[in-house]
Design a protein around this ligand. Structure first.
Ligand code: SF4
Ligand code: SF4
Length: 425
């Protein structure tokens, strides 16, 4: 076999290893009805066929049909068969695959529920195998893995930096003994935040007021290995949290306001590691909704009087199923709540998911495709936009400037802290 033929055989073997029954169904079933064209914010905003969901999947489908079906092997031209090492195909595949925000709005619209983002997971594996993975996502994933390997070097520095926030916490909760809790054996809750204090301080205040038995994870929930499409790296990043939960023997793993972190821990870790989580994963949004309902924390009803709207992050709403819990919490804090149209399963993606906010090469499509979300926000007349996802918040901050929306972008827990009635403990 020539080196070229060898390389092709290896790539085909890689694609074949990803082909399970569901994926074959997706590749065999598309009838090219193009209903999905009206679902994808990137296609609707740009009209570029590169962003048509069916076309994105079609690039992988052509390799599959040519090499992995009998009819394709016999009549490759009829099926527009393509080769996996074809440079033009790989260039196009890079642009269309890493631009996809994995919002799965197209799947919701497709009469056959074809999950284009799943097909594109195969495309990412192919791109990585040919040395064409996203550079910035690779760097971010590698740095998270490095942190996991050298956690003792990091924890001292991070905890020192967080001391100022602990001081602020004590002032807000009026308790000189309050603080962030670290490495607590047998805690009920292992809280997994994001990098920086903005997702730690509000949660710490809420946990303190609820009398929760909690401890703070040394690791952040974000997972750039998942965005990159490298399941080995993605698993290694998630594994740090799983090992910590095992070591501490916690009862629940509570995820911060981060969409993809919710799905990684609930849906994907099990698939990658072939093991269950050592404790159930619960969203911080469900916890806080429960605290308010059970009277463990009290918020002043209608404390926030400016009009508030809520953006359903794709990975928390459509793909995880949390629609009412965050709305309950937001509604409890404000007097003028205005839902966007459409919302819940049908909401438009903000355009920043899938790692796009970190990939400057996609800035143009990110901002253009965010126009649909910007129009929705404007139509509500809201002055505060709340959303429980870091990527969505960064993207909507960007849209705020770009489309002059004039909104304050907030996390759900920030509103809770604004409206909470402090009980000295
Ligand atoms: S809606 Fe579904 S079946 Fe129709 S073109 Fe899109 S992916 Fe294919
Ligand atoms: S998952 Fe979202 S961004 Fe990706 S093709 Fe479907 S609608 Fe477009």
């Amino acid at each position: 076999m020539t080196p070229e033929a060898n390389a092709r055989a290896e790539l085909l073997q890689l694609i074949d290893s990803k082909m399970n029954r569901t994926l074959k169904y997706y590749l065999d079933t598309c009838v090219r009805c193009a209903i999905c064209k009206d679902a994808c914010h990137q296609y609707v905003a740009t009209g570029d066929v590169l962003y048509l969901p069916a076309y994105r999947a079609e690039l992988i489908r052509r390799i599959y049909k040519k090499y992995m079906t009998g009819s394709g092997r016999l009549l490759p031209k009829l099926f527009e068969g393509r080769d996996p090492e074809d440079d033009v195909l790989l260039d196009e595949l890079y642009k269309t695959t890493y631009a996809c925000t994995s919002c799965r709005r197209c799947m919701f619209w497709c009469p056959f529920s074809i999950d284009t983002s799943w097909v594109l997971a195969v495309a990412k594996a192919l791109l990585l195998a040919t040395g064409r993975g996203s550079e910035i996502l690779t760097q971010l994933a590698d740095s998270a893995i490095d942190k996991g390997k050298n956690i003792d070097l990091y924890t001292g520095v991070i905890r020192e930096v967080l001391k100022g926030s602990e001081e602020e916490m004590r002032r807000i909760v009026q308790d000189p003994s309050a603080g962030f809790v670290y490495d607590k054996q047998g805690a009920d809750v292992l809280y997994v935040a994001l990098a920086g204090t903005h997702t730690i301080l509000p949660a710490a205040i809420v946990f303190h007021q609820a009398g929760e038995d909690w401890t703070l994870s040394s690791f952040e929930g974000s997972n750039y290995g998942y965005f990159l499409g490298d399941t080995v790296k993605a698993k290694a990043i998630a594994q740090r949290i799983v090992d910590e939960a095992k070591t501490l023997g916690v009862k629940e793993i509570v995820m911060s306001e981060c969409g993809h972190a919710h799905r990684v821990m609930r849906d994907f870790y099990r698939m990658w590691a072939k093991e269950e989580l050592p404790a159930p994963m619960v969203s911080i949004l469900s916890k806080v909704d429960g605290y308010i309902k059970d009277g463990r924390i009290k918020v002043t009803p209608g404390k926030i009087t400016e009009p508030v709207t809520y953006h359903d992050p794709c990975q928390i709403g459509r793909n995880f199923g949390l629609f009412e819990e965050p709305r309950n919490v937001v509604r409890a804090t404000c007097s003028d709540f205005r839902d966007m149209t459409p919302n819940r399963q049908k909401q438009w993606c903000c355009g920043g998911g899938g790692g796009l906010v970190a990939e400057t090469e996609f800035d143009d499509v990110r901002l253009k495709s965010g126009r649909l979300k910007a129009d929705q926000i404007k139509a509500t007349g809201a002055k505060i936009l709340v959303t429980p996802c870091e990527n969505c918040r960064l993207q909507i901050e960007s849209l705020n400037d770009h489309y002059d929306l004039g909104v304050r972008v907030s996390a759900v827990l920030d509103l809770v802290v604004e409206a909470i009635e402090i009980k000295p403990r």
